[in-house]
Design a protein around this ligand. Structure first.
Ligand code: CDP
Length: 207
């Protein structure tokens, strides 16, 4: 079956997948969806409104997705909790499939893009790094707005989230069999971008 150019980035928290995905989307002039934001929005709205997370998932608006509150540590943890609920995943699934298969093509990043949302994506990258390296990256981002936060706090968050995301029964975080592995543990941002560009180019050709 022929379909548009779909580039799927999956991987654990703070692996660099979001940054890489947005760069590749700009390279190829493709629309980009950070699917983690959808789960963050569902968890946040459920708490603020006191409603069921699956109902909240059906009421996400573009304005909510732009809310800075979704970027914080609490929203990430809450997202991972609601993301384990099959009803939440079901409520968000069709929107992501429609985004992936739009005629222009698309880039998406998340946990289950290459396994569930777009299993026949043109190219799939599974981006990872050690928990310590990922925690250090995330700590540097979060400590700016939360000066009391320690590296150990963030490492503990990351380990809990990895475990929950990988062990849930509904669309667990796992590398698709045909995904290309990109370990960014020893790569700075520029080197990681160069590696991602090279892997994508091998599959998709020049821009
Ligand atoms: O940026 P970070 O990797 O910390 O988080 P995120 O990508 O915004 O995702 C937050 C949480 O949403 C993850 O820990 C997953 O539990 C969940 N998620 C998911 O289950 N499936 C996706 N496609 C994207 C995110």
């Amino acid at each position: 079956m022929s379909h548009p150019l779909i580039i799927a980035f999956d991987g654990p928290a703070a692996s660099g997948k979001g940054t890489l995905a947005s760069v590749i989307a700009a390279d190829y002039g493709l629309p980009f969806l950070d699917t983690g934001l959808l789960y963050r929005a569902a968890g946040y709205l459920a708490d603020v409104e006191g409603i069921d997370p699956a109902q909240a998932a059906a009421r996400i608006t573009p304005e909510l997705l732009a809310d800075e509150a979704l970027r914080g540590r609490v929203a990430g943890e809450r997202a991972s909790q609601v993301a384990a609920l099959p009803a939440v995943r079901a409520a968000l699934k069709q929107f992501q499939i429609d985004f992936a298969y739009q005629p222009s093509g698309a880039v998406l990043d998340g946990r289950d893009i290459g396994t569930v949302i777009a299993p026949d994506a043109t190219v799939k990258l599974f981006v990872t790094a050690t928990p310590e390296i990922r925690a250090n990256r995330r700590w540097k981002q979060l400590v700016k707005s939360n000066p009391g936060l320690t590296f150990e706090d963030v490492l503990s968050d990351i380990r809990i989230r990895d475990e929950r995301d990988s062990s849930r029964s509904s669309a667990p975080l796992e590398k698709a069999g045909d995904a290309l592995l990109l370990d960014t543990s020893d790569l700075g941002i520029e080197a990681a971008i160069a590696a991602a560009r090279s892997l994508v180019k091998d599959r998709c050709g020049d821009i």
